[in-house]
Design a protein around this ligand. Structure first.
Ligand SMILES: CC(C)(COP(=O)(O)OP(=O)(O)OC[C@H]1O[C@@H](n2cnc3c(N)ncnc32)[C@H](O)[C@@H]1OP(=O)(O)O)[C@@H](O)C(=O)NCCC(=O)NCCS
Length: 171
């Protein structure tokens, strides 16, 4: 595993986060939009997370932001308040060196400490690498909804994976 620092993101990281985010939009099926974001969009995204205490983490390798992870509400109605949806992205240059896993280990710890009961990953069903990483972290077997999305002229299936973080009744 590469030597890295996992820490909370700051506004100074947003340029690097934007680069990773837009590469995923351009070149992959991981984010279901074909419209790239700008810095103002990422500023608003970080501010939204900070306003409600939801973490945005970055992995720093030799002073470079190599990846990031975050969670936000899974669905908006209050009954879903103990469930979050995670996202995790690692720059192409840094993949398969333990960075995604390290980001997720810290993100899961933060969610547990915040009293979150369930984390859900929503992954394009053909993304075997991401599904394998989440399964290795303890997420349950995927539940697949077929053809609920589209990008690059094809239907896309979403795989939902669930990780339970706590036991006991809701508080
Ligand atoms: C998915 C992603 C976050 C994984 O991050 P990463 O830093 O490359 O993954 P890690 O090195 O931490 O891998 C951890 C484990 O996940 C599994 N894994 C990761 N990538 C894999 C791949 N391409 N194929 C198979 N297994 C893979 C392995 O079990 C791996 O452990 P190992 O290397 O000891 O075998 C990264 O590849 C990525 O950003 N991909 C593009 C965007 C994306 O798909 N994001 C997720 C959207 S939900």
């Amino acid at each position: 595993m590469v030597s890295m620092i996992i820490r909370d993101a700051t506004h100074a990281d947003l340029g690097a986060i934007l680069e990773i985010h837009n590469a995923a939009i351009r070149d992959s099926l991981a984010i279901w939009t074909e419209e790239e974001a700008d810095l103002a969009d990422r500023e608003a995204w970080l501010a939204d997370h900070e306003a409600v205490g939801h973490p945005v983490l970055v992995a720093e390798v030799e002073g470079r932001v190599a990846g990031y992870a975050a969670y936000g509400p899974w669905r908006s109605k209050t009954g879903y308040r103990f469930t979050v949806e995670n996202s995790v992205y690692v720059h192409d240059d840094f993949q398969r060196r333990g960075i995604g896993r390290a980001l997720m280990v810290e993100l899961i710890e933060r969610a547990r400490a915040a009293g979150i009961h369930v984390m859900v990953a929503a992954i394009e069903a053909g993304n075997a690498g991401s599904i394998a990483m989440h399964r290795a972290l303890g997420f349950e077997e995927p539940v697949v909804l077929r053809e609920v999305g589209t990008k690059f002229g094809q239907w896309l299936d979403v795989a939902f994976l669930r990780l339970e973080l706590s036991s006991g009744p809701p508080m």
